[in-house]
Design a protein around this ligand. Structure first.
Ligand code: URA
Length: 222
């Protein structure tokens, strides 16, 4: 079905295939996701938490899945871990929501905040793929193991690979860095040298340097 031939929004996207999402605008993908019933999480969600921030945007972060606060408000990272994430980003002068686009591997809350399962992540991936194509980040932060596993297809503990730069297969322009999830940092609040919080601070300095480098390259090419 071609969306442009049908005027009624309710049936407009009835037969849209996942691969077609990449030809749609941000608002169109968001509208389709808002009615998604591709997995059982659609039965228990309050809101679809699509993502938030500027489009396009040089930096994007992908977390795990919405929690209770996110489900209620329809926005990513607005609960306790979101507040810590905001502080971490502000430490390198990245302000939410203007300077970073934020999404999750899942758009709907898993009951009891359990870890997303691979079939749910698979069902949700076409939306995230469309977001990556529309947001066009140069730097992509993956927060937490489920996000690293799904996006980079790497099955290593986050403690081993955090702070390293990876390339995203199929996206040669995107540099990817895994970082600790803020909820892990809330459970490990110590700031001593070598602690998760201290390591996250080192990672953020690295991200800040990468953003400054990008800015310089942009200025030189203008
Ligand atoms: N944890 C996540 O991974 N994402 C959110 O949006 C909130 C908490």
């Amino acid at each position: 079905m071609c969306r442009r031939n049908i005027g009624n929004t309710c049936v407009k996207y009835a037969n849209i295939k996942d691969m077609d999402l990449c030809n749609l605008s941000y608002e169109e993908v968001k509208e389709i996701a808002s009615k998604c019933q591709k997995c059982a999480l659609s039965q228990t969600r309050i809101n679809v938490v699509f993502g938030h921030g500027p489009v396009p945007c040089d930096i994007m972060l992908i977390g795990e899945a919405p929690g209770a606060d996110e489900d209620e408000q329809g926005l990513p990272f607005v609960g306790r871990s979101g507040k810590l994430l905001t502080q971490i980003l502000e430490s390198i002068n990245i302000k939410r929501p203007d300077d970073i686009y934020i999404a999750n591997t899942l758009k709907c809350r898993p009951p009891g905040n359990r870890t997303p399962n691979p079939s749910e992540q698979e069902a949700c991936w076409p939306y995230l793929e469309a977001q990556l194509n529309l947001v066009k980040p140069k730097i992509l932060l993956l927060s937490g193991t489920p996000s690293v596993k799904r996006v980079l297809k790497i099955d290593e503990p986050i403690s081993k690979i955090r702070g390293q730069w990876f390339k995203l297969p199929g996206y040669p322009d995107i540099s990817v860095m895994p970082i600790f999830h803020p909820s892990y940092l809330l459970r490990n609040p110590q700031k001593t040298k070598g602690s998760p919080k201290w390591l996250t601070w080192q990672d953020m300095i690295e991200v800040k340097n990468a953003l400054e480098y990008l800015k310089k390259v942009k200025e030189l090419s203008e």
